[in-house]
Design a protein around this ligand. Structure first.
Ligand SMILES: [Ca+2]
Ligand SMILES: [Ca+2]
Length: 104
């Protein structure tokens, strides 16, 4: 009985250590759900819009900030309107929306 208890306890301890080690070694692919949504969004947009966004996003962080927008005077002029959530950065979604409503 004593031996059984000890082996169960040792087993639980080992399982806990393995689980803990598993947690520490766990690294999510990409940056999680956001990158999946981003991928889906890119698929749904005209390739030219995604291409233009990527070329404007010169540091490749996935958003166009004010200093990047300065390279395009049209975009700079529309920046305030295009930046729907006013975080001073254009996401791909905001950029695509601004392009979609640009030529009317
Ligand atoms: Ca950027
Ligand atoms: Ca924004």
């Amino acid at each position: 009985m004593f031996l059984n208890m000890k082996s169960i306890t040792t087993g639980l301890f080992t399982a806990a250590v393995v689980a803990l080690a598993g947690c520490q070694n766990y690294t999510p692919a990409g940056d999680g759900a956001g990158s999946f949504d981003r991928g889906k969004l890119e698929m749904s947009l005209p390739p030219a819009v995604v291409e233009q966004f990527n070329s404007l996003d010169s540091n490749g962080d996935g958003v166009i900030d004010v200093s990047e927008a300065r390279s395009n005077s049209d975009l700079m002029g529309a920046f305030g309107t295009a930046d729907v959530d006013s975080d001073r950065q254009l996401s791909l979604e905001e950029f695509a929306d601004s392009q979609a409503t640009d030529n009317n």
